[in-house]
Design a binder for this molecule. Structure first.
Ligand SMILES: [Zn+2]
Length: 444
């Protein structure tokens, strides 16, 4: 039985989908005003593993990941500037160009890490009509109010269970609200559903019953998750820093509208630090995915990250990443020598570890320890779950040709040519391991 930790209940629970063998999963996607970094990648890698693991258990996963291309405000301060607009002002590009550019960069990051593309990647800007009507519904039910400034806010004290995901009462949330509240809010913890456009804004603002403006950040997820997955769906996930306020606010909006539970399981991945420090734009210590891929292959990045269970913080260091390199080498080398018959019991131990709240740390330990008892087919099943790409040198004609030339040179004791070929083969993404009798070319 697959068990997963549910932030909402604070417990590990048996996973049971609403519909047999089908899973609806929503994961908050990127705000496309800048490049993502490996901290974001960790979140998408966590949900990629969950997606792949559920598929391996026979579920058909409808995986929705939104693209936030409107109205994401700076920090929690809802009086701040729109991040996308700010970027446009800084670079002199149009908002449309910015959004397109960073959306593509995000998709490229996913692809380069062998993350399976979600079933759908809906954009907030393409759902404005639905957002407006969702907000109208909240107003008519008394959960939201319109101010003279043309803003619409959700009234948190109309929702007695507000704070249930972050396990805090409203009083605690109110005393903990540090940001200067907008002047037209009734309570500092009320949050924006719709923001009026600054004067002169023409791009990425829309007409609404409350005047020209744009949606708040939280509302788009409520609207798109309902549209694509229904009132109640199975799994809602993202990084742990979104528990409050983002997910708390999604729950408030959606459950106020439908009277139903928004999602049965709330899954949150832990944060990523760089050499023990938080990775962030403002600290200037971000590592982008293409930068990480200069030092490590996608297989190595995945194995390094998965050595830490998803809920724990992961520290990106030379040491932690080198563990991924070593594990990739060991597993791939074992696969190249694996037999056709494997031990089913041992294989099941690895799957059982993953069924235990995705304990990738234990699963990888077991895999490494048991690797000589597994068959090629069992290896391939695990490659699929962990998203590892094994491209044998025989499948890469350019590398294969160099390897043949190297073997020839080695036979003739032409060590200069052999060394040159070795360097070229390594450039193409292979690790070269020589024994007395033969050479192994292990994909990276
Ligand atoms: Zn969201």
């Amino acid at each position: 039985m697959f068990q997963i930790y549910n932030t909402l209940t604070g417990k590990r629970e048996n996973f049971k989908s609403i519909k047999p063998k089908k899973v609806g999963m929503y994961v908050c996607g990127p705000t496309v005003y800048d490049y993502g970094h490996v901290g974001h990648a960790r979140t998408y890698l966590t949900f990629d593993l969950l997606n792949r693991f559920l598929s391996s258990l026979g579920y058909k996963v409808n995986y929705i990941q939104n693209i936030t291309d409107v109205g994401h405000l700076v920090g929690d301060a809802e009086t701040g500037t729109d991040k996308i607009k700010k970027k446009a002002q800084e670079t002199g590009e149009s908002i449309g160009d910015i959004v397109r550019h960073y959306t593509e960069a995000h998709l490229e990051d996913l692809k380069s890490l062998n993350i399976l593309e979600p079933s759908n990647l809906p954009k907030a800007s393409e759902h404005i009509k639905e957002i407006v009507s969702f907000i109208q519904d909240l107003i008519s039910r008394g959960f939201a109010y319109v101010t003279e400034e043309g803003n619409v806010y959700f009234s948190v004290n109309k929702k007695p269970d507000y704070g249930k995901l972050s396990h805090r009462g409203l009083a605690e949330i109110l005393t903990g609200t540090r940001v200067e509240p907008a002047k037209d809010k009734r309570l500092p913890a009320d949050f924006a559903l719709w923001k009026s456009a600054p004067s002169g804004a023409t791009e990425f603002v829309w007409d609404s019953p409350w005047g020209k403006g744009f949606p708040g950040w939280h509302i788009e997820c409520s609207v798109m998750s309902q549209k694509y997955l229904g009132d109640t769906f199975d799994i809602h996930g993202s990084a742990v820093e979104h528990v409050f306020p983002h997910h708390e606010n999604e729950i408030a909006q959606s459950e106020a509208k439908t009277g139903q539970l928004l999602a049965n399981y709330w899954v949150h991945s832990g944060m990523l630090t760089l050499n023990g420090r938080k990775m962030s734009k403002s600290l200037g210590n971000t590592v982008r995915v293409p930068d990480a891929l200069k030092d490590y292959s996608s297989n190595e990045i995945r194995l390094a990250f998965y050595q830490t269970p998803y809920r724990q913080p992961f520290d990106y260091t030379r040491e932690s990443m080198t563990q991924g390199v070593a594990l990739r080498s060991k597993l791939f080398n074992a696969y190249m020598g694996a037999a056709t018959e494997g031990d089913e019991e041992r294989f099941k131990e690895i799957i059982d570890a993953l069924s235990d709240d995705l304990d990738t740390h234990r699963a990888l330990d077991l895999w490494s320890e048991l690797s000589n008892t597994l068959s090629r087919e069992q290896f391939e099943k695990l490659f699929n779950i962990f998203g590892l790409r094994f491209i044998a040198i025989e499948e890469n004609p350019q590398a294969k040709k160099l390897a043949d030339e190297r073997e020839e040179a080695r036979a003739k004791k032409d060590f200069l040519t052999s060394d040159n070929r070795r360097g070229e083969i390594e450039q193409l993404g292979y690790e070269v391991k020589d024994s007395d009798s033969e050479s192994h070319y292990i994909p990276r």
